[in-house]
Ligand binder design. Sequence first.
Ligand code: ADP
Ligand code: MG
Length: 239
Amino acid sequence: MQVTKGDVPLLEVRDISASYGHVQALKPTSLHVGEGELVTILGPNGAGKTTLMRALTRLTASKGQILFRGDDISGLPTHKLARRGIVMVQEGRGLFPQMTVRENLTIGGYLHPATVDTQMTTVLELFPRLKERLSQVAGSLSGGEQQMLAIGRALMAKPQLLMLDEPSLGLAPRAAAEILGTLSELNRRGIGILLVEQKAPLALKLAQRVYVISLGKIVAELKTDEIKSHHDLARYYLH
Ligand SMILES: Nc1ncnc2c1ncn2[C@@H]1O[C@H](COP(=O)(O)OP(=O)(O)O)[C@@H](O)[C@H]1O
Ligand SMILES: [Mg+2]
């Protein structure tokens, strides 16, 4: 059984920053995700959203402190974060296009070989469309199906915190809504979610809390039930 530690957040980030050469693309930034929370990072193109997600998962070198359920995990490499239950669906999905749906999912389950079959059943219940296409190569799927597969593969690692970098990017509105609806369902099942999104209406519909990022730093933190209209956001975020 998971031991919970009172009010300790699932993820707490203190003053994380990252640079490309001499350019500090991410200025010292602090944020948190509570147990069972769905939090969105909203911001325009080039604001530093991907840099933040990559800094958090150690795909980009970063400074600052990262705590997961109170444990300092700042120095851990990406694969060890996955063992702790922190898994990211990257921008652009990162699938193996020549491999089948089943192979992509199986690879995602490498940390839990004994439960690959049961976990795959769970994932295919969530995404029945993938079940019909298990033998199809990932590269031949539609954009929406590829995003489902990328999320499905991440779920095979049994995340406690699922991070997603613009999963709606490039998708038709209906496919985007379907993907984001699935994230709500996963959140209801108890998975903490940190979602990067550029589309304010979608982000506000899903999230309990929103951070607005602009020019490499968080400029606002808003509870979505306190935002009466999208105009409230315009002070921070013009899109
Ligand atoms: N590999 C890189 N090398 C140099 N600059 C980068 C690199 N990746 C991103 N940047 C710059 O860092 C800033 C933030 O980019 P990014 O995190 O990708 O923004 P977002 O995901 O919000 O669109 C941008 O100015 C971008 O040009
Ligand atoms: Mg990005």
